[in-house]
Design a protein around this ligand. Structure first.
Ligand code: CTP
Length: 388
């Protein structure tokens, strides 16, 4: 730090790092606010500018982020419609006032003293998500952020006035202005938290779920179905499953199956590998759950449809998705995963290359049908034997 120790401005650690430290959690990224500096002074001290929209710099040695204290004002709908004002005279308190939640609006100075003008410590103790100011409503991403925090900080609840504000925001159409990439980013992060069902509960309570995932919201008409789905999603989180598995579990029950899942994935611009698993699970879940009643030919055709010979790991993930759902329902489907995994190993062990060579040696015509037929027949025989 020697090169910047004489800086004429003050810096504070703010946001999630302070919140997590006060909660006794490990701190990942530390964000800093700089008060009393101009961009020119920052660069003269060796800070590297990185901000596209805001004046943000990287520390020359630690590479941590330093943002000039700023105020923000909404000038257009959507999450990019902001005018910001960053100047040496903007105070730390002003910068804290523009933040989303009181628990995210606490600062620590270089002596370790806390600056907490919004009551963040008290809300941390009371375990409450409370908005700092009415300007919360200027950024609809904050609804998704709060919902995602609810999935992480599972003992926290939303302050009544904050929920009321979020409901107003949804009614005013704020959530509809969000770009799909941003919605997906926040949903994906929330799905990876400890208890994703809490994110969906907050989104439902404020009405946002009906805007961003109306298909899921509609499922809640049947409380029993919705509850089972949410516990399946939480179960997948408890087992630390990957995002693709958790998301596929979420979409499994959305009627009418694959087409609905495809529509959701297209609307939210869900990444391909996440989408592919979700669609496969939506399409095949019933068949997979009833695998005990399938014969070897039906199993091999399932494996082919799922491209399981080229992508075995994805097929096994699909079994896990179905397991997460049926695991919640008690005994049903308990045996399908081991059975199909055994079938896959047996079918994989068929030496397809050798068979192709043998068919080519024996016949000179119609190889493009003869070879796949021979491989398929051998796989069916192998599966039948393995499942005896
Ligand atoms: N912030 C905000 N409104 C937003 C995004 C961020 O007020 N829409 C403020 C909050 O004070 C937040 C800080 O910027 O604490 C840093 O944001 P970010 O790093 O995105 O989130 P964290 O709160 O650090 O949370 P996480 O642990 O998920 O990174």
């Amino acid at each position: 730090m020697s090169s910047v120790s004489f800086v004429p401005f003050k810096t504070y650690v703010v946001g999630g790092a302070v919140r997590d430290m006060l909660l006794g959690l490990p701190v990942k990224d530390r964000d800093h606010v700089v008060v009393g500096a101009t961009p020119g002074q920052m660069q003269a001290q060796g800070f590297v500018p990185v901000g596209k929209d805001f004046p943000v710099f990287l520390h020359p040695e630690t590479h941590e982020e330093y943002a000039l204290a700023r105020t923000e004002r909404k000038i257009a709908p959507g999450y990019t419609g902001f005018a910001f004002h960053a100047a040496p005279e903007v105070s730390l308190e002003q910068d804290l006032q523009r933040r989303d939640l009181t628990i995210n609006a606490i600062a620590i100075d270089s002596d370790g003293s806390l600056i907490d003008p919004c009551g963040g410590q008290s809300d941390l103790q009371k375990k409450i998500f409370r908005h700092v100011a009415p300007a919360f409503a200027e950024d609809p991403v904050r609804i998704l952020r709060l919902a995602r925090f609810a999935a992480r900080f599972t003992e926290f609840r939303v302050a009544a006035e904050t929920l009321a504000l979020m409901q107003q925001m949804v009614q005013a159409g704020e959530v509809d202005a969000l770009v799909p990439e941003r919605v997906w980013q926040e949903l994906a992060r929330g799905m990876m938290e400890t208890q994703p069902s809490r994110m969906f509960a907050v989104l439902r309570d404020c009405g946002a779920l009906a805007r961003i995932l109306p298909e899921l919201d509609a499922l809640a008409i049947d409380q029993q179905v919705y509850k089972q789905l949410m516990s399946a999603v939480d179960g997948a989180a408890r087992l630390h499953h990957a995002l693709a598995i958790r998301f596929a579990v979420l979409l499994q029950d959305v009627p009418p199956g694959e087409a609905a899942a495809a529509a959701i994935c297209a609307r939210l611009k869900v990444p391909k590998e996440v989408r592919d698993l979700a669609l496969m699970a939506a399409r095949e879940q019933r068949l997979i759950a009833g695998a005990a009643a399938m014969d070897a030919a039906a199993i091999v055709s399932l494996l082919e449809r799922c491209d399981a010979f080229r992508k075995p790991a994805r097929f096994l993930d699909c079994l896990t998705v179905v397991q997460c759902k049926y695991g919640e329902l008690g005994d049903a489907g308990k045996t399908h995963a081991p059975l199909l995994a055994t079938a896959l190993s047996a079918a994989q062990a068929v030496p397809a290359g050798q068979l192709a060579a043998a068919v080519s040696a024996q016949y000179s015509d119609q190889l493009s049908t003869r070879i796949p037929q021979a491989i398929q027949a051998a796989r069916i025989a192998a599966v039948a034997q393995a499942l005896q």
